[in-house]
Design a protein around this ligand. Sequence first.
Ligand code: SAH
Length: 457
Amino acid sequence: MINIEKNKDYIIDITALGVNGEGIGKLNNFTVFVNGALEGEKVEIKLIKVNKSYGFGKLLKIIEASPYRVESKCAIYNKCGGCSLQHLLYDEQIKYKKKKVIDCLIRIGKLNLKSEGIIVHDTIGMDIPYRYRNKVQLPVGDKAIGFYSAGSHNVIDVKECIIQHEAGDKVIHIFKEWIKKYNISHYDEKKGTGLIRHIMVRKAFKTGETMVVIVTSSNKLPFAKELIEELTLNIDGIASIVQNINTKNTNVVLGSECKTLWGKATIIDTIGEFKFNISPLSFFQVNPIQTEILYNKVLEYAKLQGDEVVFDAYCGTGTISLFLSKRAKEVYGVEIIAEAIENAKENALQNDVENAHFYTGEAEKVIPKLISEGKKADVVVVDPPRKGCEKSLLEAIAKMSPQRIVYVSCDPATLARDLGILEELSYRTVEVQPVDMFPMTGHVEVVTLLTRRETTK
Ligand code: SAH
């Protein structure tokens, strides 16, 4: 019997990877989570937190390493709160993500993969799983610009971030020089003093346009001319420099007021054949390469012939709705955030799409209302946030009896729960496709096709 004591060192076998890529092992029946340890490894840990049946260990030494362990390519990997899987070979990362989805489907969804013939495809990974992000938000601290360390608001100084587009690294360098040269103050969130809060960089991968946003605590910006000159001379594709003013003492990065300092107020990027205007405040998927793959999978599963009515619940700025509109008769997008719906309408207009209609409100309220007004969907797409769909929405959808449901999910656990509910409502899970939108992290996106059972249970 092993005695469990805080601050004591133990040797432990790691037998699985948890939902965020953390190693999991057991001391008797006591479960220990160890960041940085991999399945199949024997490691030495210090128990730093002890709860009733589980605790957290700090990795001290790897005694037997996994054959899939690789050296991280990032200088600040051990300090930064961003990535969690850089020490695992990429091919194994995508296998782990598939396994994670299957585990949830069986354990939470109670789906019987074999007897039901449910196909779970291999995760679609990236050819180059680095430099994939088109947006970076960098807090500015005392002599440091970078990222928060894991679980804190201490800013770690960053020279390069290898999951971001290179434009981010160059902008960081320019800001560091400018702040030093002109003695520009950084915002101190504890005291509420100082000027520069965050820097945001957005890169349109297809058009090459770059946007730099300087988030400040007031509408001042000394030495702006000098900063603009450096940015316009050195940043490829620079098209927009914006000051965003956030006077509130809050964790939220952006304020509501934007002032264009140079160039345009928005940049343009494309996904597939569609063009999107991106402002500092608008939502746009951060991995544009995988987003296109994801949306094409949605389109494939929707199997549209041209005469269908489609509902797109949780539509955000309407990107999936636009993708579907070319092959459907009508698309109805529903989203809770009013600004996103305004963007969605603008996006439809900009792309000459006339058969997509957008509604603000909770999907679980608006969709039943659309149905009561006589609208009936042949195909329904849902793309909810992590908490998944409200049961009442799934019931309303099932009652309308569409042929197909395409479920896009960023959390396999709530996806599995909802697939279990849909199974009870006569919808059979047919195909499940994990897509790796966030290499080097534990996250996985999943597209699932469900069809209506012929006979009700
Ligand atoms: N389909 C979009 C965005 C999906 S993210 C895309 O691919 O870009 C999930 C969206 O659901 C967010 O935009 C969020 O604002 C919205 N949302 C959250 N709860 C909601 C609810 N109850 N009803 C409708 N939309 C909701």
